[in-house]
Write a protein that binds this ligand. Structure first.
Ligand SMILES: CC(C)(COP(=O)(O)OP(=O)(O)OC[C@H]1O[C@@H](n2cnc3c(N)ncnc32)[C@H](O)[C@@H]1OP(=O)(O)O)[C@@H](O)C(=O)NCCC(=O)NCCS
Length: 251
């Protein structure tokens, strides 16, 4: 893999610290959202994801993290809980692409994906005890339900959360998220390389959606999806990194 072929970087953090310096990186809207979480675990996950996203965007733009503004306006309702978009800083050359980001949190992990301007979606899911058989009908397409029925019982949870992470990554790349029903997309079977097989959603073009399975560690399933341009490499386009030192440096 050459460094120049990497078009998407995924950074992993284990949220644990809240300091005044980290909180100082949040803008007014972000501080309100942080304060609105009732559980400390949700607060620290939100803060960590924002700090990592700002550190990465700052590096890409050549500015300080405190100067990065993220606009999370939801395209469906106008509230500030949508996909974060990097706002062009003062002096940003018109026409130069801005970095694109995607954020996910689950269990003890935060994932932040960044590209140099291609829409990206990342999703991490901690495998947990849920009634998988009820959820699959809301999640899987008819073709996927057939594949899922053949999965051995001990693998059912892993299979379900793999499908979920793949489909949520795709939908997050579009910026619409779960406003698009997951059942409109069909992906490859859970134990094979991720790819869109069929899309009944106008926002998802199967030919342009590139996906990669991520290594989130035991008990987690994770995937990243990028809406690719014509020069996108077939392989070796994603790399994974430890974001904890980034957070520690800013704390
Ligand atoms: C956001 C959503 C993907 C939640 O996923 P989840 O598994 O609970 O949580 P994750 O941690 O994986 O992802 C949350 C992150 O996704 C991002 N996100 C939110 N809306 C998004 C969207 N429409 N597209 C892409 N990313 C989105 C945000 O960065 C959010 O984290 P943040 O608020 O801390 O910045 C899901 O609730 C969703 O798609 N919501 C929007 C669609 C919707 O319901 N619209 C109708 C109501 S307005």
């Amino acid at each position: 893999m050459t460094t120049s072929s990497i078009r998407c970087r995924v950074w992993w953090a284990r949220p644990s610290i809240e300091t005044p310096r980290l909180l100082g990186l949040l803008d007014t809207v972000e501080r309100e959202r942080h304060a609105a979480y009732r559980l400390a675990v949700d607060q620290v996950r939100f803060l960590t994801a924002r700090v990592v996203a700002k550190a990465l965007a700052a590096d890409a733009l050549g500015i300080e993290p405190g100067r990065v503004n993220l606009d999370s306006t939801c395209p469906d309702c106008g509230r500030t809980h949508g996909k974060p978009r990097v706002v062009a800083p003062q002096g940003h050359p018109p026409g130069r692409a801005l970095p694109e980001l995607s954020i996910s949190h689950s269990g003890d992990l935060v994932a932040v994906a960044i590209t140099d301007g291609l829409p990206v979606g990342v999703d991490v899911e901690q495998e947990r005890d849920v009634s998988v058989d009820d959820l699959v009908r809301l999640t899987l397409s008819a073709g996927e339900l057939d594949s899922f029925a053949a999965v051995a019982p001990p693998d059912k949870d892993a299979a379900f959360f793999t499908y979920w992470a793949r489909k949520e990554a795709i939908l997050k790349a579009t910026g619409r998220g779960l406003a698009i029903p997951m059942t409109r997309i069909t992906v490859t079977p859970w134990d094979t390389e991720p790819r869109v097989v069929d899309s009944q959603a106008s926002e998802v073009d199967a030919n342009r959606m590139r996906m990669a399975q991520l290594d989130a560690g035991s008990g987690y399933r994770a995937c990243v999806a990028v809406i690719a341009g014509p020069d996108f490499p077939a392989t070796g386009w994603v790399s994974e990194h430890d974001a904890d030192p980034l957070v520690a440096k800013l704390a």
